[in-house]
Design a protein around this ligand. Structure first.
Ligand code: NAP
Length: 450
């Protein structure tokens, strides 16, 4: 790949796009990082001479495989499985598995690329990876999901290990799926090791892991608000999604005195002006995690507004915490949010804001926490789970929560260190990208031609 110093960002991107065609999300994720790094690399030419950027966009290894399984009717099904082992400069590959029909190579490469920077920011020794399948768990029986997970692991097991690559959950992969995959891994290798994180509490899992991404994002938002003498108390909050991240985001916002008025899924969103209190949240958890139902049922039960096929960003609020999926806030929605007085957007999901939306947030000077910093709490607690598994010990809920809070504070400080501009504005996008880059780049340079 070409050198950014001689050809500039557009030539670097043109070559990346030619070499990785039809992967728009990967291009988008790389472009954001390259833009943030441009000036920093000019000031630190050693990274250019070592061609770190050219190397860091190239996955160390990509594994793609067939996943055959048989449904309840006895019919043969086939899906595609992936694992992107992106970068191991500072630790074993680490990152989630996503099971969703939209999964493809480009989406997983974007997620694996972001994961490298995110994991570096956590201060823990973890490289970056991501994987998954275009399998759709929606509407499948527990037995079908089990047969799929067993088939998926029957190939994946040979590529992972507690010191090599440690996957976790992501969209469509929660406690049930991790359990089925862990059981199959253990049968094949005959070893009880910490090869997956997000495990059940009774078999090696960490307390607070299910809560960590949502809680961590709220802790990060709180740190950002503090820089302006604000807090979550009394604030109205929009949350999208209704899965793992969204649910624990609501729990923590309630805990800190805020009021969440929306939740969504891929069919539409609910708006509850009275707020989704702890009692209603319990219902959402049951609806989504046990019944595997749709968010519309919340509106039916509580008699509030449901908007089919739309996202919640036209509702008025002080804070937005997108927690569903990539590119779920576009430019128009960003303009509406800011116009409605939103002062803070913190990303629980990965890359939920389009580049145009981010530009609006930054131009308008609101607090904007990018996913690779704001949602790093999940992988941070996964890192703690790896430590507990290696040391065969168990920390209490309070100890883990305390560590999670201090990691989120440390990520916030790193963003301030690298992202504060001359006028005092903190550009958290630049801060996260540069802060995440430096540690990985220094490790790669020390390790030679890797
Ligand atoms: P989850 O439990 O599977 O929930 C995902 C939620 O997002 C569901 O409500 C889902 O609705 C919605 N959603 C998924 N794809 C969508 C789409 N294309 N359009 C609209 N809505 C969609 O997953 P999760 O773990 O909460 O993950 C949510 C986000 O957080 C993802 O971006 C993930 O990468 C990120 N993240 C997760 C973790 C973690 O620890 N889990 C850590 C860091 C970042 P449906 O049910 O209708 O699909």
């Amino acid at each position: 790949m070409s050198h950014t110093s001689s050809l500039g960002i557009s030539a670097f991107m043109a070559e990346l796009m030619a070499k990785n065609p039809a992967e728009p999300e990967f291009h988008q994720a790389v472009h954001e990082v390259v833009e943030s790094l441009d000036h920093f690399l000019d000031e630190n030419p050693k990274y250019k001479h070592a061609r770190i950027l050219e190397r860091i966009v190239e996955p160390e290894r990509i594994i793609m495989f067939r996943v055959p399984w048989v449904n309840d009717k006895g019919e043969m099904q086939v899906n595609r499985g992936f694992r992107i082992e992106m970068n191991s400069a500072i630790g074993p590959y680490k990152g989630g598995l996503r099971f969703h029909p939209t999964v493809n190579l480009g989406i997983l490469k974007f997620l694996a690329f972001e994961q490298v920077f995110k994991n570096s920011l956590t201060t823990l020794p973890m490289g970056g990876g991501k994987g998954g399948s275009d399998f759709d768990p929606k509407g499948k029986s527990d037995n079908e999901v089990m047969r799929f997970c067993q088939s998926f692991m029957t190939e994946l097991y040979r590529h992972i290990g507690p010191n090599t690559d440690v996957p976790a959950g992501d969209i469509g992969v929660g406690g049930r799926e991790i359990g089925f995959m862990y059981g199959q891994y253990k049968r094949i290798v005959n070893e009880f090791t910490g090869v997956l994180t997000g495990k059940g509490l009774k078999w090696g899992g960490s307390l607070i892991r299910p809560e960590a991404t949502g809680y961590g994002n709220v802790y990060f938002a709180q740190e950002m608000l503090k820089t302006r003498g604000e807090s979550l108390k009394g604030k109205t909050v929009l949350v999208s999604g209704s899965g793992n991240v969204a649910q624990f985001t609501v729990e923590k916002v309630n805990n800190l005195g805020g009021k969440v008025v929306t939740l969504s899924d891929s069919s539409g969103y609910i708006f509850d002006a009275d707020g989704i209190d702890d009692e209603k949240l319990k219902y959402v958890m049951h609806l989504k995690n046990n019944k595997r139902g749709r968010i519309k049922e919340y509106a039916d039960k509580y008699g509030c507004k449901y908007v089919e096929g739309e996202r919640p960003w036209t509702e008025k609020a002080d804070i937005a915490l997108p927690s569903a999926t990539q590119n779920e806030i576009n430019e128009t929605e960003a303009i509406t949010l800011v116009g409605n007085g939103c002062m803070c957007v913190s990303e629980g999901a990965n890359m939920p804001s389009t580049p145009e939306a981010i530009q609006i947030f930054i131009e308008k000077g609101i607090l904007f926490g990018p996913g690779k910093a704001a949602n790093a709490g999940g992988v941070a607690v996964s890192g703690l789970e790896m430590t507990q598994n290696s040391m065969r010990l168990h920390w209490t809920r309070e100890e883990i929560d305390q560590r999670l809070q201090s990691i989120m504070q440390s990520i916030h400080s790193t963003c301030c260190q690298y992202g504060t501009k001359e006028n005092g504005f903190i550009n958290y996008v630049d801060g996260a990208n540069i802060g995440g880059f430096v540690k990985v780049a220094d490790a790669m340079m020390a390790q030679g031609a890797v």
